[in-house]
Write a new protein. Structure first.
Length: 151
């Protein structure tokens, strides 16, 4: 788990600001920013709120800043349907999870596809979801089930 100093460092780097720039905007010395980022000292709540605003984060996000998560959220926000249509998600994810490249030869896909279609139609009919919303809900249910099975 990252410490607060590293969170502050990562958030500052992500915004492209130098320690000098941040220090000037907050009315403190560059050394103060350095001490915060190395966990030598911590900013008070007022300075923390200023840092959060400066880094375009909530105070909670600043404290728990995860550069990878912020990048993923940014990519999701900026991916349109045209870009998404060009991505072969199975191929991309199979580099991390090889089963995605091989299951087609082993699994009775049509059997599972039929069950999934039935669940999608049920979500549409009962809750009035459109096709995309039904797919997203079913995907999230699968994810939640997978998460709970790991614990």
């Amino acid at each position: 788990m990252m410490n607060l100093g590293n969170h502050l460092f990562q958030a500052r780097k992500k915004t492209g600001l130098s320690q000098e720039m941040v220090a000037e905007k907050l009315g403190v010395s560059r050394q103060t920013i350095s001490k915060w980022e190395t966990d030598e000292t911590v900013p008070d709540i007022y300075q923390s709120k200023k840092l959060a605003r400066l880094y375009h984060l909530s105070l909670d996000e600043l404290i728990e800043f995860d550069v990878d998560l912020k990048e993923i959220e940014h990519i999701i926000q900026n991916t349109n349907e045209e870009k998404e249509a060009k991505i072969n998600w199975t191929s991309a994810w199979s580099k991390k999870y090889p089963v995605l490249a091989t299951y087609q030869q082993e699994v009775q896909i049509q059997r599972y596809a039929q069950q999934i279609r039935e669940m999608l139609n049920e979500l549409k009919n009962i809750y009035g979801y459109n096709h995309l919303d039904s797919m997203l809900v079913l995907k999230d249910i699968l994810y939640q089930e997978w998460k709970s099975s790991k614990s």
